[in-house]
Design a protein around this ligand. Structure first.
Ligand SMILES: [Fe+2]
Length: 191
């Protein structure tokens, strides 16, 4: 029996749901980093290897894949087809994502496998993690409101095409599921 095209489409993950799933994994990574920051702030030893893994996740997945999906595919399309309010919101979100990227760079440049930190450096690390956590929680909440706008204003065929564009951006990098597994191991250690 031939399956109607509409049913075939329903089986494919919506591009916007992929973005929401990315956000959930990013929150898991930040929760691990937040727990590590709390530990470091309390004066305990800096867990170099786990910090390095968490920062590699932020650099490779958040910045290298997720932000690119939004900045190269989603926001340009919404800016072109969305309402005036959506277009204005997009500009602000791009700036906020840039700021989050800078915070990730700060963590990567200064603390990836840095060995023993001074007390001031430990505080600086923990403060930067806190700032990043708050910035990303707010950013993701506002982005998810716009994902709803995308579902209303972007034609269904274009949304389907986003899946291919997302795959091209992620090509050659660990998948979301790979990171989920790796972060689950870290989360077990950092509850
Ligand atoms: Fe996002």
């Amino acid at each position: 029996m031939r399956i109607p095209a509409s049913k075939t489409r329903l089986r494919m993950p919506r591009a916007t749901d992929q973005l929401r799933a990315d956000h959930a994994v990013v929150q898991s990574g930040l929760a691990v980093l937040g727990a590590i920051a709390k530990h470091v702030r309390a004066g305990s030893q800096f867990p170099t290897a786990d910090v390095a893994t968490s920062l590699r996740f932020l650099r490779e997945f958040l910045v290298g894949v997720h932000f690119r999906k939004e900045n190269e595919v989603v926001w340009p399309a919404l800016a072109m087809r969305g309402s005036e309010a959506s277009s204005a919101a997009v500009g602000d979100l791009v700036l906020r994502a840039d700021e989050a990227h800078e915070l990730v760079q700060t963590l990567v440049y200064f603390w990836e496998p840095a060995g023993e930190l001074t007390a001031a450096e430990s505080r600086g690390f923990a403060d930067t993690v806190d700032t990043l956590q708050h910035a990303l929680a707010e950013l993701q909440e506002r982005e998810e409101e716009l994902f709803g706008d995308c579902e209303v204003t972007i034609p269904a065929d274009d949304l389907l095409g986003w899946n291919q564009e997302f795959d091209a951006i992620a090509a050659g990098r660990p998948l979301r599921a790979d990171w989920q597994r790796e972060l689950a191991v870290l989360a077990d250690r950092w509850r």
